[in-house]
Design a binder for this molecule. Structure first.
Ligand code: PEP
Ligand code: MG
Length: 328
């Protein structure tokens, strides 16, 4: 199989009906950069910047952040790299940053983490913003904020970047050619205010790992619950379809960057509810490209619409049978 996937490296993921699907890669460390060309991804759809913080004994200084970001952008060339600002806290504790308050979080996944922490420790976000803006000088920069729960949090985070941009401009530095700001949708409440959010952003990426834990109130790190709730359940798929319908006709790029998109049946279901951009773990890129090439979008869309209107006993089994009948 590995040899087959290597063959798919240079193959563009067009569906059978001729639609180009974006298959991007999730990354977070310098070592991941080499995978980008190895697997033939369309760019990095999620660069988890907190990894550099998690593997460091002390707070990574601006220069070190800058070097990492610049090297990733260089390696990606013309392909986009979506940098997610630090998602620290929750299961990603950084001892040198946590304050007494955060350590008392009883539910860290729902606690003082990600943007909530970054907006209060805005020195952290300022340094990161400077490092990213400088690393992307003369290029396009894609910045994504994690755990946005209300639109004002997006505005507040963006204005930290805009302030740094103004500073760099005053210093006559070479600025990025374009800056695209986006949000992650992983807190269900955000889906209820998409009419307010979408006009503010240029892309939206759904973090199905956290989204699922919040939708089902099921800790993603609890092994007892790992098999309990299925990504192919009508609750999740209806939710995701509602979001994709809300984005139709809006100038917003929509994608999925949770682990769900890297699994064959899940990816098939996502194509059937309107998703055209998946950012997934590198080893899944080959298999998902292979899947994409066998899919007829009209067929899977019609099937998904039927199943979501009247859910079968077990959507996973039904979808698996449907796929097998078509040689997918
Ligand atoms: C997610 O929550 O789905 C996601 C992509 O982010 P992380 O797994 O880093 O929380
Ligand atoms: Mg997340």
């Amino acid at each position: 199989r590995q040899a087959d996937y290597a063959k798919l490296r240079d193959v563009e993921p067009f569906t059978r009906c001729g639609t180009r699907i974006q298959v991007m890669m999730n990354a977070g460390l310098r070592e991941d950069i080499s995978n980008l060309n190895l697997v033939g991804a369309d760019g990095i759809g999620l660069f988890r910047t907190e990894f550099q913080f998690l593997v460091s004994a002390t707070l990574p200084q601006r220069e070190r952040q800058f070097r990492l970001y610049r090297d990733v952008i260089d390696a990606a060339g013309d392909r986009p790299v979506i940098f997610r600002t630090v998602d620290i806290g929750g299961d990603k504790a950084v001892p040198y940053l946590r304050s007494g308050e955060a350590e008392n979080d009883e539910n860290p996944a729902m606690g003082w983490r990600a943007l909530r922490l970054a907006l209060e420790r805005d020195g952290l976000l300022k340094v990161q913003a400077r490092a990213l803006l400088e690393a992307a000088s003369g290029r396009s920069l894609y910045v994504m904020f994690p755990m946005v729960s209300e639109p004002w949090e997006f505005d507040a985070a963006k204005s930290v970047f805009e302030d740094q941009l103004a500073y760099l401009k005053s210093q006559k530095k070479v600025l990025p050619e374009a800056i695209h700001y986006g949000a992650m949708l992983e807190v269900p409440a955000l889906a209820e205010v998409l009419d307010q959010l979408l006009p503010r952003i240029s892309f939206l990426s759904i973090g199905t790992n956290d989204l699922t834990q919040f939708l089902f109130a099921a800790d993603r790190a609890n092994p007892k619950l790992a098999e309990r709730y299925d990504w192919l359940s009508p609750a999740i798929l209806r939710f995701l379809r509602r979001v994709s319908l809300a984005a139709v006709g809006q100038p917003v790029d929509l994608g999925i960057c949770g682990e769900m998109g890297g699994r064959q049946l899940e990816a098939l279901a996502l194509l059937g509810i309107g998703y055209r951009r998946l950012s997934i773990t590198p080893v899944s890129i080959g298999p998902i490209k292979e899947l994409v090439r066998q899919v007829d979008l009209a067929q899977i869309t019609e099937a998904m619409n039927g199943w979501l209107a009247h859910p079968p006993e077990n959507l996973r089994t039904t979808l698996a049978e449907w796929a097998a009948e078509r040689g997918i």
